[in-house]
Each structure stands twice: as structure tokens, then as C-alpha cells.
Design a protein around this ligand. Structure first.
Ligand SMILES: *Cc1c(COP(=O)(O)O)cnc(C)c1O
Length: 425
């Protein structure tokens, strides 16, 4: 199988050897053209944004830490000039006037990761589907919520962060929440979930197995809803709202985005939902003036393999002889979402891969230069500028705004952070 597969794209022999690569997507086309074929559009993103606004008063009530933002869960966009300087010196990069920003989804309220976007949105959407639109969400007491929702279950399979987002939100609304976790999931995440009243079921196998088993159990119960990370349009749309929020933040910072000042965005990718949703939203907002790259571990580059072979969810990284094992637990996915892969085909600029050892270097670099902690998976984005600046001499990158999307970290306990700072592979 491997021998046949690596013939499908010239990057694949290197990918199969576990090398770090930058792959330019040959199928990316002008957005005006791509748009015609997309299954979703701006009206879907606006609908999702509206739903988050309807629920905002309730979120503010259930999670007091969101009160100051009126129950809107959003993260800061922060310029990181010291990290830029460090990268220029340490890695021999030249940003040539380009600026470097960190989108701090690592600090999103409630779930401490990008999953707060999709996961929370999907639970809210499901709640509306169950008991209808209402204007008075915030007037309901916890007991009233529990009375309407406790007979229903919400279940999900997860390597960790999606489980945290869905589990915490579902339990807070009064659902019976069950999270099926793979072997990659960290102990502290399981403990945190249990402390919030979520049932955690552990599996010896990988993410795919936890999902399959979780789905089987959920399907046997008519009052149970299974969040399908691989195919969910709702998750995807929850993530896409990030683009509208980012647009506002860039405007506030008076950063222009046009054909001489492109936005170049690097997002860590697991199954594809989070980076896919964000990328789709950004394309709808900025069209060809945004270039989006996904970043994956060299041992688990499932979206790259799916796109480069054109086989999407019909192929796994094991088919290419890779292990699928990575320290980046949020990215430890062997088979990509077919739904996301097909949407991304005409939109994605390219794919970049990164070795695990570098994730810890970037983690220490960011801490040392900016005093910011993010988790290893989340550090993958820093491989982005490293690869694009070296490999794209074209003018458009020179005055670009580079955004590294930090996808998780704020809930990581201090002890685990110390372990990360001291991990050298
Ligand atoms: C889930 C996750 C991602 C990637 O999201 P997918 O939807 O799986 O592609 C990236 N970083 C972190 C920290 C995550 O938890």
C-alpha cells in the first residue's frame, strides 16, 4: 500500500520518512471560484455568530469568568515582537518587515483551548434543537436547566481538549455528559472533567477507537447525542466565527489586510475541524488576501496525507508507514475528517509538518521571550513562519501579518508545565 501511495504526490516519499516538509496545495484556486462549490457560506457563519450572541447572557451566568466580555468567549490577538526577534536570531529568519502575532485561543475561557469555539457552540446548538429557541435563557436557574436537560446525554470521543469543552459545557447546562478518552489523553484532563461531574471512560486504543466505541454506545440510546468530531457541520461553524472576531481585532489594531499586506495564518491540525472551520471563515472574510497553512506532527500528518493523496478519510498515516504517535496530544490523529478535507481542498495554501522535539523548543522560546505558556500541540504553529519565510521568496510574504494560532494551554497545571519546560527530545 505504501509503495502505491507515495507515488500520488511528490511530497509523500519525504512525508513517509518522517521528514519536516512544506507542501504547497496544487488544488488551491481563487476564492471567488472556490466559493461556488462550497457547501457552506457566510450566512451560515453569521447564523452561528447570532446563536452565540443569544446564549451569551446564559454563558455569563454559568461561567462568571466570561462576564466581563458579556458571555462572549473570545481570545486576545497579541503582537509578539520579542518572539519574532528571538526567531530571527535563533533560527536565522528574516521577517522583512512582516509582523508576528499570536492568536491566544490557548486562553479561551471555559475550556482553555480552541475547542471552546466548536465544542461549546455545538452543545448550544443541540440545546436549541432540543428545546427550541428562547429569549430568556439567562433567566433560567440551574435547577430549571437541569430539569429540562438532565434526562438527555451528550457524549464525545476525544484526545482531551474536545472532551473538556463538550464535557464542561454539557455538564454545566445540566446534561449527563460522557467523554470517551483515548490513551493519549492526559490524566489531569480526566481529573478536571470528573471534578465537574462528567463521566470519563478510558480506552487503551487511539482516538479513532474511542470515537467508534463512544458512538456505538450513544447510538443505542435515543436520548443520547454524539458529537461527531469528524463530520460535524456545527462544530465547524462554531470554529468559523473566529474569523469575524479576528477581523474586528485587526481593525481595532489598524492592521490592513490587502493584496500587498496578506494575512498568513498557521494553525495546528488534528482531525481538521478546528483549523478547517477557522480557515473557511477567514477565506469568507478575506478571500485571496489570507493564506492559511495547517501544521501537523511529522508522525501524524493525517490531513496532509488525505489532501496530497486525494483520498481524505480513506487513508491513514499508518498506511504510509508512520506511527501516528506524537507528544502533541491534541494533534494525535491518524485519519483526517473527510468532510473538512474536501472543503479545504480549494482553500488551503499548504501544509507544514514539525518534529515533536521542536515543539518543546518553541514552548521554551515563547516562555523566555514573551512570558507566555502554551501547550506542545499549540506550539506547532511556530513551525509556520520558519518554513514559509524560507521557502516562499515571493513578495507577498514580505509585508505580511503572520498569525500563529495558539490552540491550547491555559488549563495545564503548573506541575505539567514544568515537565514541558524540561522536556528535550
Ligand atoms: C484539537 C486541537 C487542535 C486541532 O483541532 P482539530 O479539530 O482536531 O483539527 C489543535 N490544537 C489543540 C491544542 C487541540 O486541542
Amino acid at each position: 500500500m505504501k509503495e502505491e501511495l507515495i507515488k500520488l504526490d511528490q511530497i509523500l516519499p519525504q512525508v513517509a520518512e518522517g521528514k519536516e516538509v512544506l507542501w504547497r496545495n496544487p488544488k488551491v484556486i481563487p476564492f471567488e471560484e472556490a466559493k461556488k462549490e462550497l457547501p457552506l457560506g457566510m450566512e451560515d457563519i453569521l447564523d452561528a455568530e447570532g446563536r452565540l450572541e443569544r446564549f451569551a447572557p446564559l454563558i455569563a451566568k454559568l461561567f462568571p469568568e466570561t462576564k466581563s466580555q458579556g458571555g462572549i468567549i473570545e481570545s486576545p490577538l497579541q503582537e509578539i515582537p520579542s518572539m519574532k526577534e528571538l526567531m530571527e536570531k535563533k533560527y536565522g529568519l528574516d521577517f522583512q518587515g512582516g509582523r508576528l502575532f499570536l492568536k491566544r485561543d490557548s486562553d479561551l475561557a471555559v475550556a482553555g483551548s480552541v475547542k471552546a469555539r466548536g465544542g461549546i457552540y455545538e452543545v448550544l446548538k443541540h440545546t436549541e434543537d432540543l428545546i427550541g429557541h428562547r429569549k430568556d435563557w439567562a433567566d433560567l436557574s440551574k435547577e430549571e436547566l437541569k430539569d429540562s436537560l438532565s434526562e438527555y446525554k451528550v457524549q464525545v470521543g476525544s484526545t482531551g481538549n474536545l472532551g473538556m469543552s463538550i464535557g464542561i459545557m454539557s455538564a454545566a447546562l445540566g446534561y449527563e455528559a460522557i467523554v470517551h478518552m483515548s490513551k493519549d489523553a492526559k490524566e489531569w484532563k480526566k481529573e478536571k472533567l470528573r471534578s465537574q461531574g462528567v463521566t470519563v471512560i478510558e480506552y487503551e486504543g487511539d482516538y479513532g477507537e474511542a470515537v467508534a466505541q463512544g458512538r456505538r454506545e450513544s447510538d443505542q440510546d435515543p436520548k443520547s447525542y454524539f458529537v461527531d468530531d469528524e463530520n460535524s457541520k456545527d462544530l465547524f461553524l462554531g470554529y468559523s466565527v473566529a474569523a469575524l472576531r479576528l477581523k474586528k481585532q485587526l481593525e481595532d489594531l489598524e492592521i490592513s489586510v490587502d493584496d500587498t499586506h496578506p494575512l498568513i495564518v498557521y494553525i495546528p491540525c488534528g482531525v481538521g475541524g478546528a483549523p478547517g472551520g477557522i480557515a473557511f471563515g477567514l477565506k469568507e472574510v478575506y478571500g485571496d488576501n489570507v493564506k492559511v497553512f495547517f501544521v501537523e506532527p511529522t508522525e501524524a500528518p493525517c490531513m496532509l496525507v488525505g489532501l496530497a493523496t486525494g483520498m481524505h478519510n480513506k487513508v491513514s498515516v499508518q498506511d504510509l508507514g508512520l506511527s501516528g504517535n506524537t507528544h502533541a496530544d491534541g494533534l494525535a490523529v491518524s485519519r483526517p475528517s473527510g468532510f473538512v478535507g474536501k472543503v479545504m481542498e480549494p482553500l488551503l495554501e499548504g501544509e507544514i509538518t514539525v518534529k515533536d522535539s521542536r515543539l518543546y523548543d518553541y514552548l521554551r522560546d515563547l516562555k523566555a521571550s514573551e512570558e507566555i505558556f502554551i501547550e506542545p500541540s499549540s506550539c506547532a504553529g511556530f513551525q509556520g513562519p520558519l518554513m514559509t519565510i524560507k521557502e516562499y521568496p515571493e513578495h507577498f510574504f514580505k509585508q505580511g501579518t503572520h498569525i500563529v494560532w495558539a490552540t491550547g494551554g491555559s488549563l495545564v497545571p503548573e506541575k505539567t508545565r514544568e515537565e514541558f519546560y524540561n522536556t528535550y527530545l
